[in-house]
Design a protein around this ligand. Structure first.
Ligand code: SF4
Length: 310
């Protein structure tokens, strides 16, 4: 058996920054420390922090007045910031700057009188946050059918934005449908899909023709990880999204000569390495690391933590 280890894979700059922020906040403020939603969509990362006393909440009113709250990498709606202020919370904003960029675009388009068509997945934390920036000006579209069903005149003043972790190919199809129906539509030059999502998809696309089976390390609620597994399947390969090697079933591996391994942007490298070790030890696999694109992106810690650090 041969393993092809895809590069880039795993942690992106936004996830690194969010995790470092939580580490730093723990050092500075100790527990109890509250995080609004999962810090990143990964079970291992969340469980590890939970064991150290971090409390993950879905509602601001679960946090005692005067407490410390950290906003996750996916961002929050303005009403959450307001609710935190009203409860007198110390808020640390670990929103990924690439998500903040989409929020700012939403605010700008709304101010300029556009109806914003946000391409994204209903209920995802990031989408909820972006919708909250201009709730009366944004409509969510999830596929071509929803583009056709939009209750807007064809000459409407419209703009589009996208979630950062979409499938590049699916987003392109929806953007094409939007441009066809609303030729006057404005938006980012291509889309708002982040570099990390694009690069991980590009690596799978390039390497999947050589593989019989694709293992994607990541949690089921991680949008960018799900998209990697879907992409591999769309190329006719068996592909599984798994949180750890313990989920691998013997029958998946039967007769497989080449296994492509990758990881979503919120999956830690150690779960990848556990998977590699398992295949090497149990199936005599050899490992070939393949780099499709270099990444050198880094984001600074949130302002609130930088100010305290100096
Ligand atoms: S996946 Fe992209 S948008 Fe999300 S945290 Fe990482 S870099 Fe930021």
């Amino acid at each position: 058996m041969k393993i092809i280890l895809a590069n880039p894979r795993g942690f992106c700059a936004g996830v690194n920054m969010a995790i470092e922020s939580l580490e730093r906040a723990l050092e500075l403020f100790g527990t109890p420390l509250y995080v609004y939603h999962e810090i990143v969509h990964n079970r291992h990362v969340v469980d590890r922090f939970r064991k150290r006393g971090v409390v993950f909440v879905d509602h601001i009113d679960e946090i005692p007045s005067g407490g410390t709250v950290l906003y996750s990498a996916h961002g929050v709606a303005p009403e959450i910031r307001k609710a935190s202020q009203e409860r007198n919370l110390r808020a640390i904003d670990a929103t990924c700057p690439l998500v903040t960029k989409v929020h700012l675009e939403a605010v700008r388009f709304a101010k300029e009188g556009y109806t914003i068509l946000l391409i994204g997945h209903e209920g995802h934390d990031e989408v909820v946050g972006t919708l909250g920036e201009a709730p009366h000006s944004i409509l969510l579209v999830q596929d071509e059918r929803e583009v056709a069903a939009l209750d807007l005149p064809d000459d409407a003043k419209v703009a589009f934005l996208t979630q950062t972790t979409l499938s590049v190919d699916d987003a392109e199809i929806i953007i094409r449908a939007l441009r066809k129906r609303f030729p006057q539509i404005v938006g980012p030059s291509r889309d708002d899909i982040c570099y990390a999502t694009q690069n991980r998809q590009e690596a799978v696309k390039d390497l999947v023709p050589e593989a019989d089976l694709v293992l994607v390390l990541g949690s089921q609620n991680s949008s960018n990880s799900l998209r990697l597994a879907e992409l591999a399947k769309s190329h006719g390969r068996a592909a599984y999204l798994i949180d750890s090697v313990h989920e691998v079933k013997d029958e998946w591996l039967r007769g497989m000569e080449t296994v492509l391994i990758t990881a979503g942007a919120s999956a830690p490298e150690e779960v990848v390495q556990e998977c590699v070790s398992f295949l090497c030890e149990r199936h005599g696999a050899t490992v070939e690391s393949r780099t499709v694109r270099e990444e050198h992106v880094q984001f600074p810690l949130p302002r609130e933590l930088r100010l305290i650090s100096v």
